[in-house]
Design a protein. Structure first.
Length: 375
């Protein structure tokens, strides 16, 4: 090939390349995730592998870890005596035997219990009753876990080290929890810089740059998380409703006549495009690296909310140089739908299924891994 042609071609391609760079100045979602040390796409084990084992317990987190999930997701609360622990609900009724052990306090918020009191509760048996087809004797008597214990689990498998994906749950109930979280993560060495080689390994998310991701629905908590831990990736969770994106329709569920909440939420949408966009822009301005939007699920159910992962929404978020991690999806049909719409990671209760979908199947079955861990 004549040299002059090569030079011209090179010049032309540089010019074209420059033109492209100007048109899309933000890195691709995949490049952004890699830079942050966040797997792309990311498998976020929602309350652990909580389809197969009681949510937020050692059984669920060990299973998620051993399956090869990228992140152990948790909802963070603080006990009366100041210990950080994982629990989704505001009170203990659904997932523990609080009504038997503390009948007069059964409706009390979990944060009105000391950690010693919380540790007396059985956080596993409810699962056996609710899901007899997935019940196991080993789930009886499982305990509520402290953040320290979840960190131990995350570090406990030499072959796979997942990261932590931590939500400040109802943070207004826990003034200063962002600072407490920082102190704990710092004490445990989870805020220390790490080598770039480790960050590139899917087996060692928990040892790389993206080993912790922080998430919240609350603007004020996002701001405090950014103040306390500016170097840690943060996600602003989104939904349509009070305290988040303003809906187009003000009709309440009770007024709607809809047969269930999933049907109602599926019809809910942001007031307009600008309303959605301003939440994403706000998240970016406060230092978030992405958003965690809800999804409308094909089968409905109590995890089905408004569809906030429409292609234009994901495109807008990507155009801001941000990632999209959607919650909470368990079925292949929906994995495919949100993937086609452009998301960068999925919260799932079924880490085993999502790993299969992403062509990263676990080396052993759910049953085998549960048995290996004594359940
Ligand atoms: O944290 C993302 C997702 O978990 C939000 O829903 O209510 O399960 O915490 P929730
Ligand atoms: Ca959560």
């Amino acid at each position: 090939m004549p040299v002059s042609f090569t030079k011209s071609a090179l010049l032309l391609s540089l010019m074209l390349g420059l033109g492209q760079a100007q048109a899309t100045s933000e890195p691709s979602p995949s490049a952004l995730a890699t830079r942050l040390g966040i797997p792309h796409p990311a498998v976020i084990a929602h309350r652990g592998a909580s389809f197969d084992a009681p949510e937020s317990t050692a059984a669920a987190y060990k299973l998620a870890r051993d399956l090869g999930a990228d992140y152990l997701e948790m909802d963070l609360q603080r006990s009366k005596d100041g210990v950080l622990f994982a629990l989704h609900d505001n009170n203990l009724q659904r997932t523990t035997d609080v009504a038997t052990k503390f009948p007069e306090r059964k409706d009390s918020p979990a944060n009105e219990f000391t950690i010693a009191e919380l540790k007396t509760l059985d956080a596993g048996s409810w699962f056996n009753t609710a899901y007899p087809d997935r019940a196991r004797p080993g789930y009886v008597g499982l305990k509520i876990l402290t953040l320290d214990e979840i960190i131990d689990i995350a570090q406990g498998n030499p072959l796979h080290k997942p990261g932590l994906y931590i939500e400040t749950k109802e943070p207004k109930q826990f003034p200063g929890i962002e600072r407490d979280l920082k102190d704990k993560l710092q004490d445990r060495g989870w805020l220390s810089p790490t080598g770039s080689k480790l960050a590139k390994s899917n087996l060692a998310v928990g040892q790389g740059k993206g080993k912790v991701v922080l998430q919240t629905f609350e603007k004020s908590s996002l701001e405090l998380l950014e103040k306390e831990m500016p170097q840690v990736p943060k996600i602003l969770l989104l939904w349509v409703g009070e305290g988040s994106i303003e809906p187009k329709s003000k009709v309440t569920f009770a007024e709607s006549g809809d047969k269930d909440k999933a049907t109602y939420y599926a019809k809910q949408e942001p007031k307009d495009k600008a309303e959605f966009q301003q939440w994403v822009e706000y998240a970016k301005a406060q230092g978030a690296i992405g958003t965690g939007p809800s999804a409308a699920l094909t089968k409905g159910g109590d995890q089905s909310y408004s569809d906030l992962v429409k292609p234009w929404m994901n495109q807008f978020t990507h155009d801001q140089g941000m990632l999209v991690h959607v919650y909470t999806i368990d079925d292949a049909v929906d994995y495919q739908k949100v993937t086609d719409a452009g998301v960068d990671g999925i919260f799932t209760n079924r880490a085993s299924e999502l790993l299969k979908f992403y062509k990263r199947p676990a080396a052993a079955s759910v049953a085998q891994l549960l048995q290996n861990n004594g359940y």
